[in-house]
Design a protein around this ligand. Structure first.
Ligand code: SF4
Length: 498
């Protein structure tokens, strides 16, 4: 599931990252310098405060409250469940974690140097996790706003890390799969159903559903657990209210809500769909990683597992089923799942908060579509991709064919978007949920060798531009398990059990 502005997030959380900050960072690339006006007085900005949370079991409603200076924020999460379910200790612990992680969306409005937890006590492990969630999860936000958040202090009461005695009631084999309607979560749902009876988990705004999720979810035929998330409407007016704005680690927030829903439903695992390359930073600034996909990374997964073990007990599993696999491996699996090819969507605009501006088709004009097309191209026929993209297949774009990289500089051209994915242009990888350069190069070379791609001029030009460049990983390496993971054997695909 991508760290996109997908399920549970809202567009406004992305927009408005200050052009001034962007100009600073691009002008003074790689240097945190000269925060903009509002940011400059963050030192005197009052602390961001956790005001508290309230559970209304009858309505299945968790209300979270925060403040910074004169601003008060309220976020509401509704998870339908048996009222008695909310009394269980692991559910109350899960609700507390939602409260702790959801705060990041409101902290960013002013990004003060101090966070005050109020009466909410945390263990040392939780405090350390929370600080990293803020610093690494908001690294892109800080970079694009020209802010240095490294001095952040989290103040507030401590508690001992005692794990509750009783393990969740249900035995192994009752996993919950957060579902975003894209390639990754579709592959996970199909992998896990081979091993256990999963249910899908879908988050949306109250009274709203995303076709981009509902259509592929219907194709799975799996049961669905739902939650509704209502962010504070002030966030939708960030620009008017002079709030700082930018990307937040929304997959982290969704993960916590999924854990709450799983605990309420007596489930023993939340299975994410975060692939190997999500751990690779988008760029480095003074040696520090800035990762658009931080809360999809292996670092976040390991740290959040530590926090869950301390609050929900050792038997509750949180892991990504795709952690050891490249996007190339995922794309090859997805290519075989033909039943989803006409319903899956990997588009941010399909989740626009304003339904009239929600995109209901592929337009093939941004980094995301370029990546999806490129990574599927080795495994799907050109004609199938042309059909899937409704005649807007990015690789079929001809307007930049044959142009040398140096002469373009026009960020509207798809050729340049492909080049930033392939790392053949000075501009860094887009702040988007896309694979890393090695995966993209392997996909371009594999796809260019397909007989039905001999006439795809743009692809042939891009592949030729890779001549003489180091092949970072071979297709064979990228189609084998890579790196560390936490997938329990009962859920592991054959590739991991050999
Ligand atoms: S190119 Fe269009 S359809 Fe594709 S992800 Fe971007 S906005 Fe969505």
């Amino acid at each position: 599931m991508s760290e996109r502005t997908g399920p549970g997030a809202d567009w406004s959380e992305e927009r408005g990252a200050s052009d001034e900050g962007r100009r600073r960072s691009e002008g003074g690339m790689r240097r945190w310098a000269g925060p903009r006006e509002r940011a400059e007085d963050t030192v005197s900005t009052p602390p961001f405060r956790y005001e508290g949370y309230h559970i209304d079991p009858g309505r299945g409603l968790l209300t979270c409250r925060y403040s910074v200076g004169e601003y008060r924020f309220t976020e509401q999460v509704t998870v339908p469940a048996e009222p008695g379910g909310w009394d269980r200790e692991e559910v109350r612990q899960a609700a507390r974690l939602v409260f702790l992680l959801a705060g990041v969306s409101y902290y960013k409005t002013a990004a003060p140097p101090v966070i005050d937890l109020g009466d909410t006590a945390v263990t040392d492990t939780e405090r350390e996790f929370l600080r990293s969630f803020y610093l690494d999860g908001l690294a892109e936000f800080g970079y694009r706003n020209g802010l240095d958040l490294s001095g952040l202090r989290i103040e507030g009461p401590s508690r001992s890390g005692s794990a509750p005695g009783a393990a969740p009631p249900a035995g192994p084999g009752r996993p919950l799969v957060p579902f975003g309607g894209g390639i990754d979560s579709i592959v996970t749902a199909e992998m896990i159903r081979e091993r256990a009876g999963p249910a899908l988990f879908i988050v949306s705004r109250p009274g709203d559903r995303f076709d981009a999720i509902e259509r592929p979810a219907a194709v799975t035929g799996l049961p669905i657990l739902r939650a509704e998330r209502e962010i504070d409407p002030q966030l939708l007016r960030s620009r008017d209210l002079g709030f700082l704005n930018g990307h937040v680690p929304v997959t982290g927030i969704i993960s916590a809500i999924a854990v709450l829903a799983a605990a309420l439903d007596g489930r023993d695992a939340v299975v994410m769909s975060n692939e190997w390359s999500a751990s690779i930073p988008t760029l480095e600034v003074n040696g520090s990683p800035v990762n658009h996909q931080y809360s999809k990374s292996g670092t976040f997964e390991a740290a959040f597992r530590g926090v869950l073990a301390g609050s929900l007990g050792p038997d509750f599993a949180y892991f990504s089923a795709l952690r050891p696999f490249s996007e190339l491996w995922v794309a090859r699996r997805f290519a075989a799942l033909t039943q989803y090819h006409d319903t899956f969507r990997s588009c941010n605009r399909a989740f626009h908060i304003d339904t009239s501006r929600r995109l209901d088709h592929w337009c093939g004009r941004c980094d995301k579509c370029c990546f999806i097309d490129l990574i599927l191209a080795p495994f799907l026929a050109a004609a199938d991709l042309e059909r899937i993209f409704g005649g807007h297949e990015p690789l079929a774009d001809s307007d930049m064919t044959g142009a040398s990289p140096a002469s373009t500089g026009d960020d509207g051209s798809l050729a340049d978007k492909f080049r930033s994915l392939l790392g053949t242009t000075p501009t860094s990888k887009p702040f988007e949920c896309v694979g890393e350069v090695g995966e993209c190069r392997a996909a371009a070379l594999l796809a260019a060798q397909r007989p039905d791609r001999a006439g795809t001029k743009l692809l042939q030009v891009l592949a030729a531009e890779l001549d003489g460049l180091p092949q970072l990983s071979t297709p064979a390496e990228l189609l084998r398990p890579l790196g560390r993971h936490f997938i329990p054997d009962i859920y592991a695909p054959d590739d991991l059990l050999v």
